[in-house]
Design a protein around this ligand. Structure first.
Ligand SMILES: *Cc1c(COP(=O)(O)O)cnc(C)c1O
Length: 851
């Protein structure tokens, strides 16, 4: 230590006039998916670019002025600069060529709320898959020019930096972001003031500052409580992503949900649709209902109906424990006063979050209570979510529940390596960017000559191996490892010889992802990996949450095994996983391994990133891969049944994994032709791109959100706000009537069931419904009819409606006249459920009776 105080001063260059627009580029996250623009910065000073964490804004503050002056006089640099600007200007100003109409009207706007966003490693406000997905959603919304605004929290400490020490311990270091280095600026009102909003906390007000980021065409608002007006604890609320304790968490979620709505209002932004992306943001429902009650003289229920009709909720985890929840008392402390404004009791409030009877207040429940459009993120996950949340719709079977699904997708320009983009420009024409959801178009990939295709892959693999070597070297030398040991570790990670089969596994180290499944049977694994002529290199990377001990144990175990002599050089555990490293791995490995416990991987997205880059997935058919795998585009680990115990499932799934590795993956990779590659492999890789890229990208995903939810939710919202929320009042009163009467409703058949008819003969069926005071128009009576399958279920199901035709006593009679459409054995069932034209989903009340 040197004596005395050390002061720091940053000297900023003046940016030459000719390069003034570099600042503009640094302020728009367009750079996160435009590689040429990042290259423009990096080439100015590659060392500094790495040192500032690939952040254009930080770079511009620290680069030597002389270097900039030089560049401004260099016609080659200026050529690149102008090319990048021209492509930026084109993106920002050219109207979109649209082949399909959007279901939006003037004034429609979607507000997308999420606790984390992962756009780029230079903007660390994300932790994992959820954030990256939210980032990709915004990027696609920008590409599609959607009326769309994102809302999130601005953390001082976002993604932590991970180091792994000599013993395999994860060391998490959080560094404070300097907000001046982030691509953000304070949001301003029309009359030029910074935007601050206030939130009532018990006994005090918390002030929230609103910042703004720009993602192509999309604006993002970011909330920050680190202000001198707040007391020291409150300044800490938005300090760390998923940091602190339960108190911090609920405070963060209030800032996001309540503060987010207030920030929009302060900026005079009026969304027509609110999208709650994962339960963290669900308090926005309360704030919106409160405003409607206060300003429009509505009952709580009427306001809730209106708010919910325009709200979309996406759930992202199939593990009930993964849904955020808070103790009753804690929630009440923050919302008790608000409930007086709302005119509801404590019990009514708690019920919104499914609390009471020993249950916590659950954010997923709140989000479901406050939205009428809900989805999971893959087909399997949609089904699992309907089942675990089925008591929200007690009389509706999970297969008909309002819980829908939209499978995730990844942003192609962000994750598709530049080299592939260049190849596609060349072979498919520039228009491939406009054909991202066109399955037929992408079959052309299969016409790319094999050797050409392979050389692109090998070039990317070389780059990836370079990067891995560099990281492992730093990691090893910092941990005081020896040079000799380093050489042994890097034996197969050799950029000069990219002909070793490389299998990647990189993701968060949550235990359900089973990062160590590969080590289930060490003898078998040794057997598979001992062939010196057919070496295999496994690369692992990923972070465990600093509070997740079992997750950190997994890292330690992998690190340990990588030190065993027989695995030295064949197994690497690389530290510091982030978006930058992810982009490298998903374009440079040969195989992408994913082996979670079924059905806990809601979707998974890293495998999609690999697939679009021609990497072959070797994965459990869970999440997206169950939909993606078609027998020709990768390998499927069919999961052992759920009713086996964990140990047995691990055993069975790992056995499938070993068999695939030894019988298929490794032999196929090494069945090389005279040109030095495996033609079968290349064909499979082409199939992966051709079949998976056009399906698992974020344009397809966001279009589905638009068609299924954003469009209909906008229309529902217009219906509900009309005439001072007349629809909200009407529907809430109707629902109250239904809820009160439904217990007394009964259904019985009046006619004797006919068992045999001749084709084209008419059949009449009559039922009597005791409506207990409800009107016949309050319900729908239906027949579900189809051919009988072997299991006695209906196939080719048709739904036919009965009509009200009078009364018997105090029961209403409903009649159906029908002529069966085909011969054979048909089976049918009859049901009654409440119906109103204003319902968003016919079964949203969750009530239904069957005969
Ligand atoms: C894509 C991505 C994830 C999510 O990966 P999963 O397959 O969903 O586990 C997590 N972290 C980073 C940095 C990513 O790029």
């Amino acid at each position: 230590m040197k004596p005395g105080t050390t002061y720091a001063i940053e000297v900023n260059p003046r940016i030459p006039e000719r390069l003034a627009r570099l600042k503009e580029l640094a302020e728009n996250l367009w750079y996160s998916w435009d590689r040429p623009s990042r290259t423009l910065f990096a080439r100015l000073h590659p060392g500094l670019w790495g040192a500032v964490g690939n952040s254009p804004k930080a770079f511009l503050k620290r680069v030597d002025e002389e270097r900039l002056v030089e560049a401004a006089a260099d016609h080659i640099f200026m050529g690149n600069y102008n090319r990048v600007l021209s492509s930026f200007d084109t993106y920002m100003s050219e109207p979109l060529h649209r082949d399909v109409a959007m279901p939006f009207e003037d004034g429609d706007l979607v507000a997308y709320f999420c606790a984390e966003f992962g756009f780029h490693e230079s903007f660390p406000i994300y932790s994992g898959g959820l954030g990256i997905l939210a980032g990709d959603h915004c990027k696609a919304a920008s590409d599609l020019r959607l009326p769309f605004i994102a809302v999130g929290l601005l953390y001082r400490q976002g993604y932590f930096y991970q180091r792994i020490d000599n013993d395999g311990h994860q060391i998490a270091t959080y560094t404070d972001s300097d907000f001046d280095d982030l691509p953000i600026h304070p949001a301003m009102t029309k009359d030029g003031h910074e935007v601050h909003v206030e939130i009532d906390f018990p006994g005090r007000k918390v002030v929230v500052k609103v910042w703004e980021a720009q993602i192509g065409h999309v604006r993002q608002l970011l909330l920050d409580t680190d202000l001198p007006e707040n007391n020291p604890e409150d300044r800490y609320i938005t300090h760390q992503l998923y940091g602190g304790d339960k108190q911090t968490r609920i405070q963060q979620e209030i800032v996001l949900g309540v503060g987010g709505v207030r920030a929009l209002k302060a900026l005079e932004i009026h969304p027509t649709v609110y999208h709650i992306n994962e339960g963290h943001a669900a308090f926005l429902v309360i704030e919106r209902v409160r405003r409607k009650v206060k300003h429009h003289n509505l009952s709580f229920q009427a306001a809730l109906e209106a708010v919910a009709a325009g709200t979309v909720f996406t759930t992202h985890t199939p593990v009930p424990a993964g849904h955020d929840h808070f103790g009753e008392q804690m929630v009440w402390e923050y919302f008790g006063a608000c409930c007086e404004d709302l005119g509801i009791s404590r019990a009514e409030f708690l019920k919104l979050g499914g609390a009471g009877h020993g249950q916590d207040f659950n954010m997923t429940r709140l989000a479901l209570s406050g939205s009428r459009h809900h989805n999971g993120v893959s087909r399997i996950h949609g089904g699992v979510s309907s089942r675990i949340l089925s008591d929200m719709w007690p009389q509706v079977t999970p297969d008909e529940s309002p819980m829908d699904y939209i499978t995730n997708g990844v942003h192609v320009a962000t994750f598709l390596a530049q080299e592939w983009q260049d190849l596609f420009d060349n072979k498919l024409g520039y228009e491939w960017r406009r054909r991202l959801t066109d399955l037929d178009f992408w079959h052309q990939v299969e016409n790319v000559p094999d050797h050409h295709f392979w050389s692109v892959h090998q070039a990317l693999k070389t780059q990836m191996l370079h990067a891995i070597r560099h990281r492992i070297t730093q990691q090893h030398l910092r941990n005081h490892g020896s040079e000799a040991h380093l050489d042994r570790m890097l034996k197969y990670a050799n950029p000069l010889d990219p002909n070793v089969l490389v299998i990647g596994f990189a993701r968060r180290f949550a235990t359900y992802k089973r990062a160590t499944l590969l080590f289930e049977n060490m003898d078998w694994l040794r057997q598979i990996m001992k062939d010196a002529d057919r070496p295999v290199l496994f690369i692992f990377a990923g972070k465990a949450h600093p509070a997740d001990e079992p997750g950190q144990e997994l890292i330690k175990r992998i690190h340990e095994i990588s030190r065993w002599p027989e695995f030295e050089g064949k197994l690497l555990m690389v530290e510091g996983y982030d978006l930058g490293l992810a982009r490298r791995l998903v374009s440079g490995c040969d195989v992408w391994l994913n082996n979670p416990i079924y059905p806990l991987e809601a979707s998974g997205t890293s495998g999609m990133k690999g697939a679009i880059n021609g990497i072959l997935n070797l994965s459990v058919t869970d999440g997206w891969w169950d939909e993606g795998y078609d027998g020709t585009n990768g390998w499927a680990i069919k999961p052992a049944p759920e009713y086996y115990d964990d140990a047995r499932r691990n055993r069975e799934d790992s056995q499938t994994l070993y068999e695939l590795l030894q019988d298929q993956v490794i032999p196929m990779y090494y069945r090389r032709n005279e040109l030095g590659f495996s033609p079968e492999w290349v064909h499979m890789a082409k199939r992966a791109i051709a079949t998976l890229l056009p399906r698992f990208n974020s344009i397809r995903m966001v279009r589905e959100y638009v068609d299924k939810f954003y469009g209909p939710a906008s229309r529902q919202w217009s219906r509900f706000v009309a005439d001072e929320f007349a629809a909200g009042r009407e529907l809430s009163e109707w629902k109250a009537r239904i809820q009160a009467a439904w217990g007394g409703v009964t259904l019985r058949r009046l006619d004797d069931p006919v068992r045999r008819v001749t084709y084209s003969e008419n059949v009449q069926i009559q039922v009597a419904v005791n409506l207990d005071g409800l009107a016949p128009s309050d319900v729908q009576v239906e027949m579900l009819i189809g051919r009988a399958s072997r299991q006695g279920q209906e196939k080719e199901l048709r739904v036919l409606s009965f009509s009200p035709t009078g009364k018997v006593g105090n029961e209403s009679v409903f009649t159906l006249e029908m002529t069966p459409e085909y011969c054979g054995r048909l089976i049918y069932r009859i049901r009654v459920y409440p119906y109103h034209r204003l319902l968003t989903h016919p079964f949203e009340l969750g009530l239904m009776l069957w005969l």
